[in-house]
Write a protein that binds this ligand. Structure first.
Ligand SMILES: [Zn+2]
Length: 231
């Protein structure tokens, strides 16, 4: 199975805090899915980087692929859709970011000269932020804080959330804020906000916004591994 081969370098998250057996099982599934997203994206980008500039640009622009809905295409595997017009510098930054987050999956978070495997800490709804709509959080280096709502998500979404959280801290990306992303009280560029950054030519922010990576990685994974019919 190709998935098993892809997973062979994954380091199990061995540190748990306040997570019961059932929760650990679920989070391991999300964690594996997140790794597959990042691994596929990194592999794809490294492959495209090895092509001629003309081919690179053609693939970056999606070779004519179009979404059914121009409005919001959350499964678009087209790099230009998530990161704007081609530039070699931007492509290298994206590739490097995926390579660096993969290091975390394969070796752990760097602490001095050592690597510490990611820690998951399971919170309860008694924690205020879990009641305010947060599903996960990465405010502590090396730890993904999990709210109960995350556990109800599908593998597809759970994987994307874990990847989003593992992109936080020290990789040069984060949750960008912009007026074009404003929805209610929220101005961080989550979900559609990722696309809004590109539509409004906020390309530096798009390049440094976690959800642009998480959505692109999920889409390219689906594009490569799932048929259109299943996808
Ligand atoms: Zn975030």
């Amino acid at each position: 199975m190709i998935h098993e081969r892809l997973l062979q370098n994954l380091r199990e998250p061995r540190t748990w805090s306040q997570c019961n057996q059932a929760t650990r099982k679920k989070l391991n599934v999300f964690y594996e899915q997140a790794y597959l997203y990042a691994k596929t994206a990194q592999w794809y980008l490294a492959y495209v980087m090895g092509l001629s500039v003309e081919l690179r640009i053609a693939i970056w622009n999606g070779l004519g692929k179009r979404c059914k809905s121009e409005n919001w295409c959350h499964y678009s595997p087209v790099l230009a859709y998530w990161f704007g017009p081609y530039s070699e510098q931007r492509m290298r930054f994206i590739l490097r970011t995926f390579s660096r987050v993969l290091q975390r999956f394969e070796h752990g978070y760097r602490v001095g000269q050592e690597y510490r495997p990611v820690r998951f800490r399971c919170l309860t709804t008694k924690v205020k932020r879990c009641r305010s709509g947060v599903i996960a959080n990465a405010s502590e280096y090396g730890t993904v804080l999990v709210c109960p709502r995350l556990l109800k998500k599908t593998t597809c979404v759970g994987g994307m959330v874990v990847l989003h959280e593992m992109l936080h801290q020290d990789l040069g990306v984060g949750d960008q804020r912009d007026v074009v992303c404003k929805r209610g009280d929220e101005n961080r560029c989550y979900r559609r906000g990722a696309r809004h950054l590109v539509e409004h030519q906020k390309l530096e922010k798009a390049l440094r916004n976690n959800d642009n990576y998480a959505f692109f990685a999920r889409a390219i994974y689906r594009h490569i591994f799932l048929s259109q019919r299943n996808g």
